[in-house]
Each structure stands twice: as structure tokens, then as C-alpha cells.
Design a protein around this ligand. Structure first.
Ligand code: ATP
Ligand code: MG
Length: 426
């Protein structure tokens, strides 16, 4: 019978890779905590309408990327394609936004039916950060300062660069949209197919087009910048000043528009040149209208999401895997003969009690001295502990260095933890 394979575009993350994932997750957790952000966990399935109403009907996600199905009651449900909508839904449902500010983050799998390729999958993972109730550019800057710190802590150095833009208020965008459509309509037949379609449905997305012909036409198109309302312009100027003061490098990219309907004012992306076409590792912006759009009181909000697969791919590509992200066993405890099995288990427990943070692997499954030592070597441990009849009789243990030429020594069991602590510290 043919073996069943994973669903296309949905990856297994294997034991060799999980240490790197854990490193990224732990670092993000630590940094977010430093800034006072609290974790929230939402379900991966929501009512389909939540995404239609928040992300917008004429976006790539809602038009063609969602995993939508009817459950047994006939309700239309969707595997979440992103986390902001669910976060707002949860915060509103539990009254977290009323008369207060909130700084929250979440992580987990997201689902989009896209063409799988490097850095683009159908199940992928994000860490999302959302801030509610703070209208000013100070919190926009905070999010970017926080992200810059995360890149530093991950060792990414200058491999991520920041692009920012302001897409103004919705009325400013409407005006600009009309001007853009008027201009592009003259050249409709010269636009790429996607852009022709978007001319009616979502013209701002045309600014995002990678098609060279479309790009040339865009160079003389009206500029969003010239349509910005005074408030958005001031907000953006202040943000730039705050970033300058904080020493965060950025470029203003006037054609940066986000794919989702709910953004306004500040939008930004962290981009790397090391991953080819899928170079955006983190993207976000301000979405002051979304809470109200979903039935809540007007509540300003700003947030971003980073793609963990892309971040990990980047760390891998740059060879930036931290050494201890690969650490396996420290100590491998063998048992020579059945009578040594229970004492070896007890000794391993004793070592785990005394040597916090060290990885103590017990040999299980018996076998010859040779085969047990082979497994000890393969475990990556620095020391093997050998327990046989002779050692049991004298309450000692054999201590064999596996990563140097030093000889095996015999150590009293009561001293073993102390000796190992010293040895492993060097
Ligand atoms: P793209 O333009 O690459 O499709 P997007 O605008 O659809 O990105 P967002 O919705 O802003 O992406 O999601 C935030 C981040 O999540 C992206 O910057 C990226 O790092 C990651 N991401 C989005 N879609 C995928 C995917 N299909 N596979 C892996 N990572 C993804
Ligand atoms: Mg996309």
C-alpha cells in the first residue's frame, strides 16, 4: 500500500530543526516580555465571516487562499490565515479593550492555500504582536524598536532592513485610489493580468506589482504621498523622528501598501535580500478602524506578524545557528547487565536532581558494552557513565570522556555529580 504523505505545503518540523525553532521562540518570548507584552492564545478555527469582514473580500487571502469548510452543523468555518482578526475578536469578546491599553502577542500556525515554494507554505507559523488603545506614533516606534532588538538578539545583525510608509486615512486613500484608477485606466491593456483585475477590485495593490511593464507605468502615476491627510502626515513625520532618535535605520518606500484592507497610516516591512522573492520576514502597521469594523467601540491599534519559517530559513542560510541550539545529551548512562539496570536508572535520576539543566540520557534496551558505547557516542554526550557488577560492588561508576583522549576513571557514586558538574563546566 502506498504510504500516506503530509499534505502539500504543510511541513513536519523534525527533531534536528526544533532546537532552532525553540531558540527563536524563546528569544522572542524574552524580548516581548521585556517590553511588557502579554501572550494571548486563540483557536485556529474561526467563523468565516470574521475574516471576510476584517481582511476584506477583495484581498488575495479571502479571494483564493482560505481553507474554508462547513462543519457538521453547516456553519462556515475557516482555518485562520492570520492572527489579527482572531485577536481582535477574542479581545472584544472578553472585554479586554474597554477603556484600557493592551499589549499582546501570540504565536501559532496559520493556513493559506498558496503555491508552495521556498519561504511560502500552506501551513506556516507566525509570531504576531498587537497593541490596542494607543493612538500615537510612539507605540509604532516601540514596535519597530522591539523588533530591531529581536533581530539583534537572534544575531541577524544588518540582514533585515526596515521599510516604512504611510498610507493615510481611508478618505485620503479613497481620493488617491480614484486618481490612480483614472491614470491607470488609460493604459489598461498594458497592465499585467492581475493588475487589470485589481484596477476594479483593489487598485492599491497594483502598487505592489512585480511586473516590469506595470512598474514602468507606475513611475509616472499619482503618488499616495501627495494625497496624505494632515494628521497622517504629522503622524508619519513624528514616527520618523522617533526612529531617528532611537538609531533605527529605515527607508521610506512609497509603494509599500499592505495587502489587507484594515491598515491605515503607518505600514512597515522588515525585508532581507538573502531569501529571494520571499524576503519579507515581518510586516505590519496601524489598523485604527478594525475594532469598530468588527462591531466594537472605535479603538486604535497597531501590530505586526513575522513569519517564523522565513526567519529560520534566514538564520540557516546565513549559518547563524547558535551552537547550543544543537546541544543534545551531556551525559549518557549505561547499564551492563540486567542487575545494573535499576541502579543505573536511579543514578541517572540522581544526576538529573543534582545537575539542573544538563541532559542525562539513560541507555535503554540492554546490549553489549560495545553497542552501548556506540550509542553513547552517537548521542553527542560528552561523558558516558558505566555501571556494571564491579562498579555496583564498590559503589563507584566508570566515567568515560567521549570527546577527548582522556582515560576512563572510576569515581565514587556519591562524588559523581560534583565531578561531572566541574567537568561539564569547562
Ligand atoms: P507575501 O507578500 O509574502 O505573500 P503577506 O503580505 O501575504 O506576504 P502577511 O499577511 O503580512 O504576509 O504575513 C506576515 C508574514 O508572515 C509575512 O511577512 C511572511 O513572513 C509570513 N508569511 C505570510 N504568508 C506566508 C506563507 N504562505 N508561508 C510562509 N510565511 C508566510
Ligand atoms: Mg500573501
Amino acid at each position: 500500500m502506498a504510504k500516506i504523505q503530509a499534505v502539500r505545503g504543510m511541513n513536519d518540523i523534525l527533531p534536528e530543526q526544533t532546537p532552532l525553532w525553540q531558540f527563536v521562540e524563546a528569544t522572542a518570548r524574552k524580548v516581548l516580555r521585556q517590553y511588557g507584552y502579554q501572550e494571548i492564545r486563540m483557536p485556529v478555527v474561526e467563523q468565516t465571516d470574521l475574516f471576510k469582514r476584517s481582511i476584506g473580500e477583495v484581498t488575495d487571502i479571502v479571494e483564493k487562499e482560505m481553507y474554508t469548510f462547513d462543519d457538521r452543523n453547516g456553519d462556515s468555518l475557516t482555518l485562520r490565515p492570520e492572527g489579527t482578526a482572531g485577536c481582535v475578536r477574542a479581545a472584544e469578546q472578553h472585554g479586554l479593550l474597554f477603556n484600557q491599553t493592551r499589549r499582546m502577542w501570540y504565536t501559532g500556525p496559520m493556513f493559506r492555500h498558496e503555491r508552495p515554494q521556498k519561504g511560502r507554505y500552506r501551513q506556516f507559523h507566525q509570531i504576531g504582536v498587537e497593541c490596542f488603545g494607543i493612538p500615537g506614533p510612539d507605540v509604532d516606534a516601540e514596535l519597530l524598536i522591539l523588533t530591531a532588538r529581536l533581530w539583534r538578539e537572534l544575531g541577524l545583525g544588518t540582514h533585515a532592513r526596515l521599510e516604512i510608509n504611510s498610507i493615510g486615512s481611508s478618505s485620503a486613500r479613497k481620493e488617491f485610489r480614484n486618481a490612480l484608477v483614472d491614470y491607470l485606466a488609460q493604459f489598461k491593456t498594458q497592465l499585467d493580468d492581475d493588475s487589470q483585475r485589481r484596477l476594479e477590485s483593489n487598485p492599491l495593490r497594483i502598487l505592489d506589482s512585480k511586473d516590469p511593464g506595470t512598474r514602468t507605468l507606475l513611475s509616472d502615476a499619482p503618488r499616495l504621498e501627495d494625497y496624505l491627510d494632515a494628521e497622517s502626515r504629522e503622524h508619519f513625520d513624528r514616527l520618523k523622528a522617533l526612529l531617528d532618535a532611537a538609531g533605527i535605520d529605515y527607508t521610506v518606500n512609497p509603494s509599500l501598501v499592505r495587502g489587507l484592507d484594515y491598515y491605515g497610516k503607518t505600514v512597515f516591512e522588515w525585508v532581507t535580500d538573502s531569501l529571494g522573492a520571499q524576503g519579507t520576514i515581518c510586516a505590519g502597521g496601524r489598523y485604527d478602524g478594525l475594532v469598530e469594523q468588527l462591531g466594537g467601540k472605535p479603538t486604535c491599534a497597531v501590530g505586526f506578524a513575522m513569519g517564523l519559517e522565513r526567519l529560520i530559513l534566514l538564520l540557516d542560510t546565513l549559518g547563524l545557528t547558535p551552537e547550543d541550539a544543537n546541544s543534545n545529551a551531556d551525559i549518557y548512562v549505561t547499564a551492563m547487565g540486567e542487575s545494573a539496570e535499576a541502579p543505573a536508572m536511579a543514578l541517572a535520576e540522581h544526576l538529573r536532581n543534582e545537575l539542573e539543566g544538563r541532559v542525562v540520557v539513560s541507555h535503554c534496551g540492554g546490549g553489549s558494552f560495545k553497542s552501548q558505547m556506540k550509542k553513547a557516542d552517537k548521542s553527542g554526550a560528552r561523558y558516558a557513565i558505566i555501571l556494571g557488577n564491579n562498579e555496583l560492588e564498590h559503589a563507584t561508576a566508570g566515567l568515560k570522556p567521549l570527546r577527548s583522549d582522556e582515560d576512563q576513571v572510576s569515581v565514587a557514586q556519591k562524588d559523581l555529580a560534583m565531578v561531572l558538574a566541574k567537568a561539564l563546566a569547562t
